[in-house]
Design a protein. Structure first.
Lengths: 139, 139
DNA sequence: CGGTATCCAACTGGATACTG
DNA sequence: CAGTATCCAGTTGGATACCG
């Protein structure tokens, strides 16, 4: 109790956790890789094939980050040709389980979101025209 | 059943859902805004103060996207001075609930992850030196 | 008060070529 | 096979100034 906590709300606490979790799995590929390791260890090229669309560069970077965070392990087998396998740690497994509710939510609401977007865009189309430049930046 | 599904695994299905959910809440601010609306409707400037660190530009953009996706509603009160309030929709509330397990996971494992990173970085420091360029890119 | 417009620095991620 | 190196396009997001 340092007497300076003017905001005892839990939202404050959430902020740093959201940063942490988004910094770890908020990127384009991490969760996909984690899911592909769920059934057991896999090799680099297996992952590259099954994640589909990922480049070597991104797969390597994603695996390194997840390894650094203790989500998975990297095992090098010194044979010819080279053989490297990746496997989830116990922590990695619990992470994946923690993402399941969000995944279920997504499955349930994807259609509703599409709907909401279509309605929003339709309403936006009926807005009064701008003086000169129409599309505002479009970024 | 187009007979061409060579991969009946559910991972395939997850991919598009992860994209969808990350496209919606995987950015820097969305989840923070959603959390701040949990206790009830709030005004633009209240949100700007309580999210702390967010710029007008990003708060506006974040709110627009969440509104478009049906996560929250925007209500304009035509008084002087202007008054706009934002509130979670039922869908927004369920979204927030779906993120709770991930938040709890984060709270439980933050220290472990820091630990894993420190160990990884220590091991990386003991690696044999590269021929010329040491830090690989570091962009 | 609640935005919009503009500019710009930093980061993400894809394509390609090369290495042990 | 499993990376690493380089280059480059596209996007994110902050600072600032201005508007209804």
């Amino acid at each position: 109790m340092t007497a300076t906590d003017s905001e005892p709300e839990p939202v404050r606490q959430d902020a740093s956790r959201f940063r942490a979790v988004l910094g770890m799995v908020g990127d384009k590929w991490s969760l996909l890789v984690v899911c592909n390791l769920e059934e057991g260890p896999r090799r680099f090229s297996e992952l590259k094939r099954s994640v589909d669309g990922i480049s070597q560069r991104m797969l390597t970077a994603t695996l390194r980050n997840l390894e650094r965070d203790g989500i998975l392990t990297r095992t090098v087998h010194n044979v010819m040709p080279p053989h490297v396998s990746y496997a989830l740690t116990p922590m990695g497994s619990t992470l994946r389980e923690a993402t399941l509710p969000l995944l279920e939510w997504s499955a349930e609401h994807l259609a509703l979101i599409d709907d909401a977007r279509a309605q929003y865009d339709t309403r936006a189309d009926t807005r009064p025209p701008s003086p000169s430049g129409s599309t505002p930046d479009s970024r």
